[in-house]
Design a protein around this ligand. Structure first.
Ligand SMILES: [Cu+2]
Length: 369
């Protein structure tokens, strides 16, 4: 078993002592740290507080003595300037050795801890993560893809992450996981839900969580990646039981119109009338649309029938919507004509007939909800 998992109780005790020493601690989080929902969290916090309190100790002593000396040896009548003392061996050793030992312990815990949090256990559940401006997609071992991160309660999870555009960073503060997602390479991170935390959290469920079979958390992007960086979040579901987790993942490889929308379009098109990067889909079906024709520079009104919607997706840029503002031709860069299967486009057309209804779950089969 991984060294980190084996040593968890020791770190937990260390973290509790450190957190208690900080005067505001409990396993549900401290003034500086959120809840500790992963097995690595107590260790990470322990290292953090170890370094933090050492720094506080030295800061107070060094600043305090500086202030005191400035006062005590200030220039005043009747006190002549004294020559500085020469080399003092015991003093030199006293202020060199202990700090060196302390810095070595910081390095030791920092480095071994880093190695542990960077080495996923062999039995980890693997999830592929794709980051793009400005959302996340997760692909599970059965091929199902979702915009929600589903987390098993009883197994380490390893994420294999890639970016489709710029630098992003995968940040789960409660699990103490933060890892940059770099274009052109696969980064990885892992965590395991802490049983201690889960048991405690189960006694403290919100009303919504009592109804659901999971506990909610949030994934953040922690690397500034452009205009909507602050909205680049994804819901996280930590399942109460293994069975509930497996049932949720099993449903994912069923493709539905609303899922296609969530995965491909939702980062630019809302269904509630908000104009984001692109116009809103609210009430788009058979509506009159203002469009700009780049071929002749004219703006005209058309009806958003099936042919127009298909063309908007597959031949982006032929006509540019003017619904809300003057948009750039940002659809073209998505290359949907190569990315979407004909069946996907059919489903998206179904979606566009009633976007609000699809998102509200009007067409979901009861057991899929
Ligand atoms: Cu980002």
């Amino acid at each position: 078993m991984n060294r980190l998992l084996r040593a968890t109780p020791i770190y937990l005790i260390g973290a509790l002592v450190a957190a208690a020493a900080s005067g505001c601690g409990n396993t549900g989080g401290t003034f500086q740290m959120p809840e500790q929902s992963s097995v690595a969290a107590p260790f990470v916090d322990w290292v953090y507080y170890y370094i933090f309190w050492l720094c506080v100790f030295y800061f107070i002593h060094i600043m305090g003595m500086m202030g005191w000396f400035m006062w005590k040896y200030r220039r005043r009548p009747g006190h002549e300037t004294q020559p500085s003392p020469h080399h003092n061996l015991p003093l030199e050793i006293a202020w060199t050795l202990p700090p060196v030992v302390l810095v070595i312990t910081m390095f030791y815990y920092g480095f071994t801890g880093y190695v542990d949090v960077s080495t996923p256990p062999a039995d980890a559940y693997k999830i592929e993560v794709r980051a793009k401006k400005w959302d996340w997609a997760f692909t599970y071992p059965n091929g199902g893809t979702d915009t929600i991160l589903h987390v098993p309660p009883d197994q380490p999870v390893q994420v294999l992450m890639g970016s489709s555009d710029v630098l992003h960073s995968f940040f789960l503060p409660r699990m103490r996981v933060k890892k940059d997602v770099v274009p052109g390479r696969t980064s990885t991170a892992w965590w395991q839900i802490s049983k201690t935390w889960l048991d405690q959290r189960m006694k403290n469920l919100s009303e919504a969580e009592k109804q659901a079979d999971y506990i909610v958390d949030t994934l953040y992007c922690a690397e500034y990646c452009g205009t909507s960086h602050s909205a680049m979040r994804a819901p996280v579901r930590i399942y109460k039981t293994r069975a509930a987790f497996e049932a949720a993942v099993k449903k994912l490889n069923v493709v539905t119109p609303d899922k296609l929308y969530q995965l491909n379009c939702a980062s630019c098109h809302s269904v509630d009338g908000t104009v984001m990067v692109g116009p809103s889909f609210k009430g788009i079906w058979e509506s009159k649309r203002q469009v700009f024709d780049p071929a002749n520079g004219e703006t005209k009104t058309i009806t958003a029938d099936e042919a127009y919607l298909r063309e908007s997706i597959l031949q982006a840029g032929k006509l540019l919507s003017r619904e809300g503002k003057e948009f750039d031709n940002q659809m073209a860069a998505q290359g949907f004509e190569n990315k979407l299967k004909p069946a996907d486009v059919d489903m998206l057309i179904e979606f566009l007939k009633d976007p609000e209804g699809w998102v509200a779950g009007k067409y979901a089969e009861p057991e899929k909800k």
